[in-house]
Design a protein around this ligand. Structure first.
Ligand SMILES: [Zn+2]
Ligand SMILES: [Zn+2]
Length: 279
């Protein structure tokens, strides 16, 4: 059963469960389980655990009436959060937030966003409200996406080859292609981090990388890193951040029997809307 952004109410608990009571409102994100004992788990990087289990991939997910999960991975929802609105925050939002943490960005810095899909949009919405002194630059090919970014509070928007008014302290890349690395590494300030928040990169434009120059792209301690999976603290921190800054995703709800319609809507790709099954 797929579905890795799940919210609901506890209806029944096992005998060893002591923290959660029936009626508790919880969310289950992409992280379904991790071992808890390996060096990664013990250093707060359970997203890298070799035993990492993903909801809807390694275990049944949320397109169902009920879901069984270890209580440690059923994360309490903040009181002021509506469970329907919280669901779309659990993956795209939480992974975007992980990228934000990985970027090492400070509250008065310039953060660049390369690509402006769902994850980047949630990140921008949250960041502009929560960190008003942060300057956000959005690089996107699509003029409509750039306009949307400006309406949400981006300080500057442009195409990948455009020159922003200042260097970025970090850039979060959510595109599936390589060209942004070539175009945007020169836009990083010394010591800046380029964080790739994408599950995979296409091979189609891999040749673009041959134009990388050590001097222009990496010199001065610039680094390139990726984001994989999420930790529970990414999810809970992002939910709290979203709740306290009033971020709610735009969404359409469907009943479980309308699931195929919902999947079709995702496939046809409205840029800005999440589709939520309400069971
Ligand atoms: Zn582990
Ligand atoms: Zn996801």
């Amino acid at each position: 059963v797929p579905g890795h952004q799940v919210t609901g109410e506890v209806v029944e608990t096992g005998t060893a469960v002591d923290r959660l009571k029936p009626g508790a409102r919880v969310g289950v994100g992409w992280i379904f389980a991790a071992c808890g004992t390996c060096p990664y788990c013990r250093s707060g990087r359970e997203n890298l655990c070799p035993e990492f289990k993903a909801t809807g991939r390694d275990a049944h997910g949320g397109y169902a009436e009920y879901l069984a999960v270890d209580e440690d991975f059923a994360l309490p929802l903040p009181d002021n959060v509506n469970p329907v609105q919280a669901a779309p925050l659990l993956c795209a939002g939480a992974v975007g937030y992980r990228a934000f943490r990985q970027s090492g960005i400070g509250e008065h810095d310039v953060l660049g966003l390369s690509g402006f899909g769902a994850s980047a949009q949630l990140l921008l919405k949250t960041a502009v409200r929560r960190f008003p002194d942060l300057s956000l630059y959005v690089f996107a090919r699509n003029p409509a996406a750039r306009e949307y970014a400006r309406s949400l509070g981006a300080a500057w928007t442009g195409d990948f080859h455009d020159t922003p008014p200042a260097l970025c302290n970090a850039i979060i890349d959510t595109t599936p292609v390589w060209k942004p690395i070539v175009d945007l590494l020169p836009r990083l300030s010394p010591g800046g981090r380029f964080v790739i928040n994408a599950i995979r990169k296409t091979n189609a434009d891999k040749n673009a990388l041959s134009s990388l120059s050590y001097e222009h792209h990496l010199w001065m301690e610039k680094s390139v890193t990726s984001v994989a999976n999420v930790t529970r603290s990414d999810i809970t921190q992002f939910l709290e951040l979203a709740a306290s800054s009033g971020v709610v995703p735009e969404l359409t709800t469907y009943s479980l029997s309308e699931a195929n319609q919902a999947l079709l809507a995702v496939h046809q790709g409205g840029l800005q809307e999440a589709q939520v099954l309400v069971v």
